[in-house]
Design a protein around this ligand. Structure first.
Ligand code: ADE
Length: 233
């Protein structure tokens, strides 16, 4: 069973419409749609925005829906001049850019007393995600690398530079690292696939609404293709 998490209704709506839904269940205010997507047994859910919602949702997927892999889809702000609006980033690893225990000597992003700074996506899921991107959206830029997350919509060039300098991430969003951490704690493979909606700078608030729709449409195509090529696995 594949768990597919999107933060926003707009991101999840089209996937649900493409599914054969067998049943729905509501937990923690989140509606879980269980059924088949492109031949793949799947649960699709909107977790809400931010890392706490994302972590709660991931744990419910694991405990109550028996998922054996998790995909997080959605949009993100680019942190790299070579990654354009509408391009896709497939996660290599995830870091919390707003975790700071440097006062205790930990590197920025490191959660005290955890044995890892970043949470690594699974190699096979990364390879499948890249393959799905190449088929579903061959006309756009496809990138692989670190995705960073924080409970912040990044729209300030100074903040953006600070995140780049500290973490060398390819894009920033608000859920991925929480989903990655919850998956890591439970030993469940995951990958995060994000389409770029803005440049995480002072144009972000203007670009975001304009490009959100294109970014979501691309994400949906990629997830459907991912399910198609991995169905039955
Ligand atoms: N999601 C899309 N764009 C974002 C940004 N600039 N910061 C955080 N999350 C985002």
């Amino acid at each position: 069973m594949t768990g597919i998490i999107g933060a926003m209704q707009e991101e999840v709506q089209e996937l649900v419409e493409a599914m054969e839904v067998e049943r729905t269940e509501t937990k923690a205010g989140m509606e879980f749609f269980c059924g088949t997507l492109e031949g793949c047994e799947a649960v699709v859910v909107r977790c809400g925005i931010g890392k706490v919602n994302a972590a709660v949702c991931t744990q419910i997927l694991i405990d109550d829906f028996d998922v054996d892999r998790i995909i997080n889809t959605g949009i993100a702000g680019s942190l790299d001049a070579s990654i354009d609006i509408a391009d896709v980033v497939v996660s290599e690893d995830l870091v919390h850019h707003d975790m700071d225990a440097t006062g205790f000597g930990y590197p920025k992003g490191q959660i005290p007393r955890m044995d890892t700074l970043s949470f690594k996506a699974e190699e096979e899921m990364i390879a499948d995600a890249l393959r799905a991107c190449e088929t579903a959206v061959p006309h756009i830029g496809i990138h692989k690398g670190r995705i960073v997350s924080g409970d912040q919509f990044v729209s300030d060039p100074v903040k953006k530079k600070d995140i780049i300098d500290n973490f060398q991430g390819k894009c920033t969003e608000m859920e991925g690292a929480a989903i990655a951490q919850a998956s890591y704690l439970n030993g469940i493979p995951f990958v995060v696939i994000r389409t770029i909606s803005d440049k995480a700078d002072d144009s972000a608030s203007m670009d975001y609404p304009e490009f959100e729709k294109i970014a979501i449409a691309n994400s949906v195509k990629i997830i459907r293709e991912f399910c198609r090529i991995t169905a039955g696995r």
